[in-house]
Design a protein around this ligand. Sequence first.
Ligand SMILES: NC(=O)c1ccc[n+]([C@@H]2O[C@H](COP(=O)([O-])OP(=O)(O)OC[C@H]3O[C@@H](n4cnc5c(N)ncnc54)[C@H](OP(=O)(O)O)[C@@H]3O)[C@@H](O)[C@H]2O)c1
Length: 230
Amino acid sequence: MRPVALVTGASRGIGHAIALRLAETHHVLLVARERGALDEVALEISARGGVAEVLPLDLTVPAQIAERLRDQQVDVVVHNAGVGVMKPLLELTPDEWHRMMDVNVNALFHVTRAVLPGMVSRGHGHVVIIGSIAGRSAFVGGAGYATTKHAVMGFAENLMLEVRDDGVKVSVVSPGSVATTFGGRTEPKGDGQLLADDVAAAVMAVIDTPPEVLLHRVEVRILSPKRPRA
Ligand SMILES: NC(=O)c1ccc[n+]([C@@H]2O[C@H](COP(=O)([O-])OP(=O)(O)OC[C@H]3O[C@@H](n4cnc5c(N)ncnc54)[C@H](OP(=O)(O)O)[C@@H]3O)[C@@H](O)[C@H]2O)c1
């Protein structure tokens, strides 16, 4: 039987690319809100010979997370879903602030709580979190988003120290700018940005380490934003 990997935000962008790569070796559970988009990803995976299940749920609703993930045995969880509203603090609405906190930070707690007991009892598992370069830097307009990504770094390192002796790995993969529709961009910019699959490849490298080796933090950058991609 294939190991099971759960990917949040699997309906598009980076999560979609991660799900496609993971599906080469894992049974993949696809999480996002929009069922139709998840169904399309599942079809794409089955057309390539993989197996995927859709788990539509809203990560801002802890009861949905608990209910849908209760019976899942998960070997790898990729916390990828995220939202970004880049605005100066005084323009950021309470709703935008709470949505970023709920999806980018609070969902880490709820999803991890649902899948970690099984990992600990089986003595292995991998929690991979998609962070951001914004998790260790600052920019005007980042008071909400970058704050959530700083929180992600703290969560990951503390959890890593807590569960490594149980055989569970915790990693953060932190990309620079990636060509997706993140943050409401209508068109990915393209030049000077990473592709979603570049991040997916880094996630696979982090997962594919010897059992006793942990890649805890990885930054993924475009080599030179000035050079057009070959
Ligand atoms: N793109 C970049 O430049 C960049 C750079 C560094 C880090 N990152 C990080 O990479 C991750 C993925 O970004 P992306 O660019 O791939 O974003 P994206 O294209 O906007 O995709 C976001 C994904 O999250 C899901 N999602 C959003 N809110 C949700 C909710 N309440 N419940 C369940 N799923 C939800 C979306 O599906 P539904 O809308 O259907 O729910 C979608 O699948 C994020 O954590 C982001 O912070 C992105």
